[in-house]
Design a protein around this ligand. Structure first.
Ligand code: HH2
Length: 244
């Protein structure tokens, strides 16, 4: 799954694809590089991000979804039912839902649904994330959402970096097999995230490619079914190597 943020403020690619034409070109480039899904988002959910009004989110994503949908599976990365519905009408077939609250939209439209775990909301989630048993709690939350969703195609995602300390992220990655064992296909998004910067000598977001590819390969080797990444070409190369 290639990341395509049509936002001014995403932590890594913010501002790069605000122009719809540039966004579509980048999406098609990721398809050429081997992405099976392009994840279009119009609202940053980085720690501390302010919410974006639905009208603005729609203005950003709709032309991009429409242009890409004939070429590749498009997912819509949103927390708003209205945006998910409009994106599906424009050709998206997967709802990438970091709030894990849009099952009804996916169900009614016959779309797939990615349910992601997040503790709190983006504005405050990194203030003091707390768990007794991060793997058990994330797993129980996701299974409950998945079972009650009534959606045929459900994916689950531990939400790396969403209300999680570095230790929580690493614990979840170390125990991905427990999510895989639920039987739901698992999505993992580590790409360029800040914990990787901290683990690699405070590398800025653009210099986290190797760490991102390494963690994507780790996730795939543990049984993840999809990885959400900015750097598609090296991730696809490593995924192909793993399969050979
Ligand atoms: N991470 C981000 C956004 N959406 N969706 C899923 N399913 N899993 C993730 O880990 C995930 C996600 C955050 O990354 P990004 O889109 O690069 O940044 P921003 O939220 O600043 O736009």
């Amino acid at each position: 799954m290639g990341v395509l943020n049509v936002t001014p403020d995403s932590f890594s690619d913010g501002g790069r694809w605000l122009d719809a034409g540039a966004a579509v070109d980048h999406g098609l480039k990721m398809v050429e590089e081997g992405a099976d899904v392009i994840d279009v988002g119009g609202e940053s959910t980085r720690p501390g991000a302010d919410p974006v009004p639905a009208g603005e989110e729609l203005r950003r994503i709709l032309p991009v979804v429409e242009a890409l949908a004939p070429h590749v599976r498009v997912s819509i990365d949103t927390r708003k039912a209205e945006v998910a519905e409009a994106a599906i009408a424009a050709g998206a077939t997967l709802v990438n839902d970091v709030s894990a609250s849009l099952a009804a939209v996916a169900r009614e439209a016959g779309a797939g649904w990615v349910a992601m775990h997040m503790q709190g909301d983006p504005r405050t989630m990194q203030h003091a994330p707390t768990y007794d048993d991060v793997v058990g709690e994330v797993r129980a939350f996701l299974v409950e959402r998945a079972e009650s969703a009534g959606v045929e195609e459900v994916w689950i995602d531990p939400g790396i970096g969403f209300g999680k300390t570095m230790e929580h992220n690493l614990t979840l990655l170390a125990h991905l097999d427990q999510l895989v064992a639920t039987g739901y296909p698992v999505v993992v998004g580590t790409s360029r995230k800040s914990f990787l910067g901290r683990l690699t000598g405070d590398a800025p977001a653009d210099d986290r490619t190797e760490a991102s590819v390494a963690t994507a390969a780790w996730a795939l080797a543990q049984g993840a079914a999809m990885v959400r990444v900015h750097d598609v070409a090296p991730t696809v190369a490593s995924a192909r190597l793993l399969r050979s």
